[in-house]
Design a protein around this ligand. Structure first.
Ligand SMILES: [Mg+2]
Length: 156
């Protein structure tokens, strides 16, 4: 659990971190060691879910050393599936991080929605719906680990 003060919206008790896999957590299918270490750190405070349609069938292998739970989606219509997932666990207790078009609904629905541009770019709908847009996945994780950062970014 992490207490977050979100300017203009009040205090949130965050319990879940929901991450898109491809383009957000993984670049060209690879996940950096630094990102993995930060997620391990965050996993001490938050339950981490990684969402993917897993078209290659190797997602479990790729997150083997992660303290996170893999959630498989059906291929096609992923945006509403992701939205439904965070509604089920509790969107108001969730930070959602994504880059693609299929992340735009969950990023909007979450207590804090973060769009990651990364190396693969981000869909404009996801950027438009995000509370914060960052360059790299590592910056998104630092925003959560260092709450003062997002407070400064979102201050009105
Ligand atoms: Mg993606």
């Amino acid at each position: 659990m992490v207490r977050m003060e979100i300017p203009g919206r009040g205090a949130y008790t965050i319990e879940y971190l929901v991450l898109d896999m491809n383009g957000t957590l993984a670049t060209d299918g690879r996940i950096s060691g630094k990102v993995r270490d930060k997620i391990s750190l965050l996993a001490k405070h938050l339950k981490v879910y990684i969402l993917t349609a897993d078209t290659m069938g190797d997602a479990q292998e790729r997150i083997e050393r992660f303290n996170a739970e893999l959630v498989r989606l059906k291929a096609g219509d992923e945006a509403p599936q992701k939205e439904r997932f965070i509604r089920e666990i509790g969107a108001e207790k969730t930070i959602a991080v994504g880059n693609g078009y299929n992340d735009h609904l969950m990023v909007k629905e979450a207590a804090l929605g973060i769009a990651v541009i990364g190396r693969e770019g981000a869909a404009r709908e996801t950027i438009a719906n995000a509370d914060v847009v960052v360059n790299e996945m590592i910056d998104a994780l630092d925003l959560i680990l260092k709450p003062l950062r997002h407070r400064a970014t979102l201050r009105k």
